[in-house]
Design a protein. Structure first.
Length: 197
């Protein structure tokens, strides 16, 4: 009787593993179908989900993919980027030239400036985290905030845990790439101002 129970448990576990592996292949193939026509030089895939982030060095576009939805962001439209842990801001970078103007405009007219101001609250430091993501504020009055979950641990993960450390390191690299794009957009604006004078 005990042997039959153990045998059934082992078969159930094997069946679950086969199902999960098949589901991950289906997710990967579905994501590949969405990505196939999109040019990119760097890619981040959230394992087991239909979420990805692409970067195209030639066009300087970031593409956020969630299921079959693609959201293309040109580097000059990025006003701010943040690393988030459980939707709380951990660190952020803002555009210098456009953020000041957007904030002043937001005070007078609402819109993006008000949203940027609303996002800069106190930061809370937690010892355990369920997910890590990136939050963008973009120059779009209809949809100024875009978010992507880069890592979802499924459970609260201690920040000293190897899985968290690895995930944060990958997220931080993407954050720094976008920080470079923000810096390049600021430099382009300054150079354009100098040539206009």
């Amino acid at each position: 009787m005990l042997f039959a129970f153990l045998f059934a448990c082992v078969l159930g576990f094997i069946g679950l593993c086969v199902y999960v592996a098949g589901n991950q292949n289906e997710v990967r193939e579905s994501l590949n179908e969405v990505i196939k026509d999109e040019p990119y030089t760097k890619i981040f895939r959230n394992t087991g989900t239909k979420t990805a982030m692409l970067y195209d060095d030639e066009r300087k576009n970031i593409v956020l993919i969630n299921d079959k939805l693609k959201d293309k962001i040109h580097y000059k439209d990025i006003l701010q980027v943040e690393i988030t842990e459980d939707s709380e801001s951990v660190t952020k970078t803002k555009r210098g030239s456009q953020v000041a103007g957007a904030t002043i405009g937001g005070l007078a007219f609402g819109g993006v400036g008000a949203i940027i101001g609303g996002l800069s609250g106190q930061q809370e430091h937690k010892e355990k985290v369920r997910q890590i993501g990136l939050r963008f504020v973009v120059n779009d009055t209809h949809n100024p905030v875009r978010e992507i979950i880069l890592h979802n641990f499924g459970v609260l993960r201690d920040k000293n845990h190897e899985e968290y450390q690895s995930a944060y390191k990958k997220s931080f690299k993407w954050f720094k790439l976008i920080e470079v794009l923000i810096h390049q957009a600021d430099q382009d604006d300054k150079n354009q101002d100098l040539t206009a004078e």
